[in-house]
Design a protein around this ligand. Structure first.
Ligand code: PHE
Length: 445
């Protein structure tokens, strides 16, 4: 259970509650969700199992794992891509995590339970304020750093066991509350009625990228965590549990946010990164407005939990990079962790400022923040995913993979051929064809 909760702690984070609704809103709702779920089932879960196989078999970080399994071969590029993308994601992840910290603070000062407040303006003023935003991100990074230098296993595993059920409970209560909102019908039909005319290749790529991002696959985090799994841990059922928890949290977040979006005049479904931060305060106030104390407590609790979910994910991102720097550059853990924190905070500064003073710095029309997000999730993660699938499906010995998946023959063999088929054929063909089409669409061929 501890291992599953730790992996779920890495998977459940801002990706579920902040990024998933943002993409659903940008990409037209139900059709996106359908592709997302297919990507989880046919691509995400098999690759997660593959990562578990590598991690548990080699008992080491992503780069050393490839060194062991394919000495001297170019396959270790997968390890480097994984660590590299973890670093890029960490750099902008801390920015949004900083927002959660500020929103938790603002809940307790009562600013978020004031029904007369314009929450859209509140958010826009906050992100355009460079000092406040930077301060939140730096504090968040410091907290992550302090946990990392102490080592993570005990703390994180124990915390996750308590925090994950709490987060699920609060989300459950909020879903029930949104049923009283005026926008409930519009919200539900947005989430459940697919409009396939909205499906373009870039929407499919977004959905696939989000599946990888949300499950934390193709980045070395799960491989590192799996290296701590015991011989009795069942890899396939663990992957299924982690993915079901992760997908449930994402979809439930949609059920909280969209009824609220359609209840509040002025907020649009495609409001981008601010969506969750602009709509949730309305949910709290509209649901509990007649008992302001409840609105106060709920928004406080929610943002604290969101902050903690972000923290467990940020720690796993940081840990993947730190473990590599510590083990391969032969530096003490403290030094390694400081290098990673400073380097990623430095890049984070630009992401922070891209909502305000640097908003005019764009590449292909994307701000620095959006660029890091799109490049890492839509390009590097799918590529890493293809390579992982090919590595486990074709390069590793079938006997080794079978031994890991069946726990040396103690677990039923029935799923083994299915996982192998998905890894050998479905995942590589699906990802590569979407990827090539997506790139062609982007460059206008
Ligand atoms: N899966 C995390 C989320 O949904 C993000 C993350 C990615 C965490 C990769 C660790 C590794 O927020």
């Amino acid at each position: 259970m501890g291992a599953i909760f730790a992996a779920a702690g890495s998977a459940v984070g801002l990706g579920n509650i902040w990024r998933f609704p943002m993409l659903v809103g940008d990409n037209g709702g139900a059709a996106f969700i359908l592709i997302y779920i297919l990507s989880i089932l046919l691509i995400g879960i098999p690759i997660m199992v593959g990562e578990f196989v590598i991690g548990r078999h080699t008992q080491s970080n992503m780069i050393d794992a490839f060194r062991q399994l394919a000495p001297g071969k170019w396959w270790r590029i997968i390890g480097f891509m994984g660590i590299g993308v973890a670093f890029l994601i960490l750099s902008y992840y801390i920015v949004v995590s900083g927002w959660t910290l500020y929103y938790a603070y603002s809940s307790f000062t009562g600013a978020l339970s004031d029904p007369s407040c314009d929450y859209e303006a509140f958010f826009n003023n906050y992100v355009a304020n460079p000092w406040l935003c930077l301060l939140s991100a730096v504090i968040f990074m410091l907290l992550t750093h302090l946990i990392i230098i102490r080592g993570v296993r005990d703390g994180i595993e124990k915390c996750s066991k308590v925090l994950m059920p709490m987060l699920l409970l609060i989300i459950g209560i909020l879903v029930v509350c949104t049923f009283s909102m005026p926008g409930i019908h519009k919200g539900i039909s947005f989430l459940l009625k697919p409009d396939f005319s909205k499906l373009t290749i870039s929407v499919v790529l977004d959905a696939m990228g989000q599946a990888f991002y949300s499950l934390s696959v193709a980045m070395g985090c799960l491989c590192t965590y799996a290296s701590y799994f015991g011989r009795n841990t069942r890899l396939v059922s663990s992957a299924l549990s982690v993915s079901s928890i992760d997908t449930s949290v994402a979809i439930l977040s949609g059920f909280i946010i969209f009824p609220a979006v359609f209840s509040v005049p002025g907020v649009e479904a495609n409001a981008g990164p601010g969506l969750v931060f602009q709509t949730l305060p309305y949910v709290f106030n509209m649901s509990f407005g007649n008992v302001p104390f409840l609105a106060y407590i709920f928004s406080g609790l929610f943002y604290v939990l969101l902050f903690l979910a972000a923290l467990t994910s940020a720690i796993s991102l940081h840990e993947a990079v730190t473990a590599y720097v510590h083990e391969n550059w032969k530096l003490p853990r403290k030094k390694a962790s400081t290098i990673v924190s400073v380097a990623s905070m430095s890049l984070g500064v630009f992401c922070c400022l891209s909502f305000g003073v640097l908003s005019h710095w764009t590449v292909f029309g994307l701000t620095i923040f959006d660029l890091l997000d799109v490049v890492s999730s839509n390009i590097i993660l799918p590529l890493g995913g293809v390579l992982l699938a090919l590595f486990v499906g074709w390069y590793l010995s079938k006997a080794l993979v079978r031994r890991e998946i069946t726990n040396d023959g103690q677990v039923s063999q029935r799923v083994f051929p299915i996982i192998m088929f998905l890894l050998r054929w479905v995942a590589p063909i699906a990802i590569l064809s979407m990827f090539v089409k997506g790139v062609m669409e982007m460059i206008g061929v």
